[in-house]
Design a protein around this ligand. Structure first.
Ligand SMILES: [Zn+2]
Ligand SMILES: [Zn+2]
Length: 884
């Protein structure tokens, strides 16, 4: 009978909500996870499903272990991303945000957010997330905004915020500055253009190489390394800048890379961060030659009809990439293009809209990060918090060690407005916790900075701003610091590192969590990241509809080992999620069977006389203690897949395939019922964090539940009195004997209905008593007519050796056609011997052994050994069948 999760899951979830089980227990030690807040515009994708299922497994595990489990949910206002979505909608109406004006536009975004912002929260419920929904936060909530402003003002007062005039990453599409992290590197095939700059004195030319020839309009010098002999004679001379026609100097600068191109580099201080530094060192002019939207022009110097000082009239307003083509063409025409080479290099793109970022000289607000990072890095090196898996340690350490100041101002409208005010009269500038009416110095009118803060400047406060900081709330006292942070490695620097810094800085040098668990990425079978644009995504809610949330969760958890990528096939949901669905079905069927056996009042394990327990009972009880220990340890070590697989093995194999089969004739026996009930209850508890719905549903059906919920039931503790190594060993031998007989039956194609005779000859530590005591079990599970212990049966038989050299012989007389079997086995043996002869010849050939790579030779030797073993097995079979 197949399990149908569809009616079960929503009603179970409702029950959990009504019982308030997701809220932390009032009087226990807390265990806290804060959710990586999804963007308020997000709809659930499979990456969210993985991230949140991992968190849910951990929080459910700790909840059952008796902790006050607080999984704090919420959403991020996602400045640029959300603004982009609303701007796109406006565009469809033929409008821009500037047509609406700031206030009306922000209003419009709020309307959008209020209407759709809850989507992802509702979707998280469908996959079973047990977040504390009573504490759901949004990064633009009034209280949260107060925390953001408080942090800004405090950093201002500590002089860790400053106005920087420098080249930053600019997105010409989003029309805002970006941080280093938001301007992502992409390896790109471009060109390296070698351009001749004629010397002003007419004595020839020098050549510079660039990937962005359009920026030459903004060149104010050519630089050469003073150590470079090729350039020495030219230092101090002037060149005539192509296209523009003005003269610029050749300067010496030690920062110039002698290995790049010709050794001469063009210096464009307003459009390249390194050139900006060079420009500062040499006091060069820094003209912009592009407008904010990535078109050629000279902001502040716009005379469109005549062109400007630097940008010719026919290039004004032309897009930068079109301008590149035209300039290259013009250079070619004038004989100034020496050559064009294909060139692979890194180009930065906006992480929100994928537009190529333009380096641009601009005034922005920055946070000095070194003082924030240093103590947090020291704590990391001292082992006070950990990053798993370990391979991220070096990357993190390096980034923290080389941390750069953080550009926090964005030229957009959706977000936390920067609380910096300037007096229009006396120019006094300050940061304020409340909006001031007038200048405190002269009473003049004030203007607020027009920009908003980087979204990450609010989310970096998530572990404490969500609990009411800066107020000393009871929640803050109880839930800070938290414990585990689960996220994708992509936001290690955007978010995780900064949370560690803000937590340490603002929360009394207490870090917000002790473990950062970085999980893998969900990819398709070609190992491509799943994305909307590639069309290779999987909608987790489709999976929930088809197979249930448990099947989705099972596949994600069992399929992802610590930090490794999860591979799913979007073309074949059926096969991809079959393991999860099959497991749910199996568990359901075992459950139906177990429930069918149990009386309304199951005897407690404690009340059972230990002497009434059979070997199988003692064995499964001992295995149960092992699975408790192993699953608990795996979950505590974040090896979620191992925990899931170990529980699977226990339920499917040890409990269902062996124990239940072994005790079937004794199921009316109270001892067996007590053992069965204990083991099944235990399995449901251990599996609950991974597959919460089906386990809760089955658990509710167990006798004597009295309204308790599995979600808050106790995590099982191992009971040492049931550890039984002897039972493990003895039942282990019985299992092996049965498996040996089964494999002989399969080998000789004995039909399942046919009962056969078999003999076991125990040797070494294998005692006859062990097998004799389980004669009935062995006979039943191996479909034997009779099991004896008195030597090999007469006539034809197949034998196998196991354990300490014990032997099992299965009588095959009259069951197999001996002649045909002998022929088949003889042919197989002959084939193997031929292969062995030629392999042996190769391996004794000196020229092969000495010339072939060592690992090839080693592989051949391994092969030889495997074939020999196979041949010996065949020889044994031929002998036991009596073939001549
Ligand atoms: Zn952008
Ligand atoms: Zn003033």
């Amino acid at each position: 009978m197949a399990y149908d999760p569809r009616p079960v899951e929503p009603s179970i979830y409702k029950r959990w909500l009504e019982a308030g089980v997701f809220q932390p227990r009032p009087d226990a030690e807390p265990y806290v996870i804060v959710i990586p807040p999804p963007n308020v515009t997000d709809v659930l994708h499979v990456g969210h499903a993985l991230n949140n299922t991992i968190q849910d497994v951990l929080i459910r595990f700790e909840r059952m272990r008796g902790r006050a489990a607080e999984w704090l949910p919420g959403t991020d206002h996602a400045g640029i991303a959300t603004q982009n979505v609303v701007e796109k909608r406006l565009k469809a109406e033929g409008k821009t945000r500037f047509d609406l004006g700031r206030e009306a536009f922000v209003q419009r975004v709020w309307e959008f957010v209020n209407k759709t912002g809850n989507t992802i929260i509702e979707q998280l419920k469908q996959i079973g997330c047990s977040c504390d929904w009573t504490r759901t936060r949004f990064t633009l909530d009034p209280e949260y905004s107060r925390a953001v402003r408080e942090v800004f003002v405090r950093l201002w007062e500590e002089q860790l915020i400053y106005r920087g005039h420098r080249v930053i990453h600019w997105c010409p599409n989003c029309l805002t500055a970006l941080s280093d992290e938001e301007a992502e590197h992409h390896e790109t095939n471009g060109n390296l253009y070698h351009i001749r700059y004629p010397l002003a004195d007419g004595s020839g030319s020098i050549t510079v190489a660039t990937t962005r020839p359009e920026t030459l309009l903004g060149d104010t010098a050519v630089a050469v390394n003073p150590e470079d002999p090729r350039g020495r004679a030219f230092i101090g001379k002037k060149v005539r800048l192509p296209i523009v026609g003005i003269e610029i100097p050749i300067i010496a600068d030690e920062a110039v890379d002698k290995e790049f191109g010709t050794g001469f580099v063009k210096i464009t201080p307003a459009h390249d961060p390194n050139d900006f530094e060079t420009g500062k060192r040499h006091g060069l002019e820094m003209p912009l030659v592009m407008t904010e939207d990535g078109k050629m022009g000279e902001p502040g110097n716009e005379k469109r009809e005549t062109g400007n000082v630097r940008v010719p009239a026919d290039l004004v307003g032309v897009d930068r990439f079109e301008a590149r083509k035209r300039i290259v063409k013009q250079l070619e025409k004038e004989g100034l293009l020496e050559k064009t080479e294909p060139h692979r290099h890194s180009v930065r793109r906006c992480y929100r809209c994928d537009t190529v970022v333009e380096p641009r000289l601009s005034d922005q607000w920055f946070v000095k990060m070194k003082p924030l990072a240093e103590p947090v890095l020291a704590k990391f090196r001292a082992g006070e918090y950990q990053i798993v898996p370990e391979r991220w340690r070096a990357t993190y350490d390096h980034w923290m060690e080389n941390i750069r100041d953080w550009n926090i101002s964005r030229q957009i409208w959706w977000g936390h407005r920067i609380p910096v005010f300037t007096c229009t009269k006396c120019a006094h500038q300050w940061a304020d916790r409340v909006d001031p009416q007038a200048c405190p110095k002269c009473g003049g009118s004030v203007e607020q900075d027009p920009d908003v803060l980087d979204t990450w400047f609010s989310s970096w406060l998530w572990p404490f701003a969500t609990f009411g900081w800066p107020n000393e709330t009871p929640d803050l006292k109880r839930f800070y610091p938290g414990h585990t942070l689960v996220t994708a490695p992509e936001i290690l620097f955007f978010w995780v590192a900064r949370m560690l810094m803000s937590g340490y800085h603002f929360m009394g040098q207490r870090l917000p969590f002790t473990t950062v668990y970085l999980h893998g990425t969900v990819r398709d079978t070609k190992h491509r990241k799943m994305s909307k644009s590639l069309g290779n995504g999987i909608d987790p809610l489709d999976v929930v509809k088809l197979f249930g949330a448990d099947a989705l969760r099972w596949t994600l958890i069992a399929g992802s080992s610590l930090g490794a990528d999860v591979i799913l096939d979007p073309q074949d949901l059926e096969t991809t999620f079959a393991p999860g669905r099959n497991f749910a079905n199996k568990l359901w069927n075992i459950g139906q069977f177990v429930l069918g056996q149990l009386p309304p009042q199951v005897p407690a394990l404690e009340s059972v006389d230990r002497r009434a327990l059979t070997l199988a009972d003692r064995w499964i009880l001992s295995r149960a203690q092992a699975v408790i220990r192993e699953a608990t340890q795996s979950l505590a070590d974040f090896r979620l897949d191992e925990a899931a697989k170990r529980c699977f093995e226990f339920v499917w194999n040890e409990l269902a395939d062996w124990y239940v089969e072994a005790v079937k004739p004794r199921l009316k026996d109270p001892a067996s019922q007590a053992v069965l009930a204990y083991c099944f209850d235990l399995a449901l508890r251990l599996l609950h964090p991974v597959v919460p719905f089906i386990t809760e549903e089955l658990w509710q059906k167990l006798p004597e539940r009295k309204g308790e919920l599995l979600a808050t039931a106790q995590w099982p503790a191992p009971r040492a009195e049931f550890d039984d190594p002897r039972a493990d060993q003895e039942f282990g031998r019985v299992k092996t004997a049965i498996e040996q007989i089964r494999s002989i039956r399969a080998e000789y194609r004995v039909t399942p209905k046919t009962r056969v005779r078999a003999t076991i000859v125990p040797r070494g530590n294998d005692k006859a008593a062990t097998f004799e005591g389980e004669r009935d079990t062995i006979e039943r599970l191996a479909q034997l007519e009779r099991l004896t212990f008195d030597g090999a049966p007469d006539g034809v038989g197949a034998h196998a050796v196991f354990g300490d050299g014990s032997e099992v012989v299965v009588a095959l007389e009259g069951l197999v056609d001996v002649k045909t079997e002998c022929k088949r086995l003889t042919e197989e043996k002959e084939r193997l011997e031929k292969q062995l002869t030629s392999l042996a010849a190769r391996l004794t050939n000196d020229s092969f052994v000495s010339r072939a790579p060592q690992d090839v030779v080693a592989k051949e030797r391994e092969k030889e050994k495997a074939w020999r073993d196979q041949r010996d097995i065949l020889a044994g079979k031929l002998k036991s069948l009596g073939c001549s």
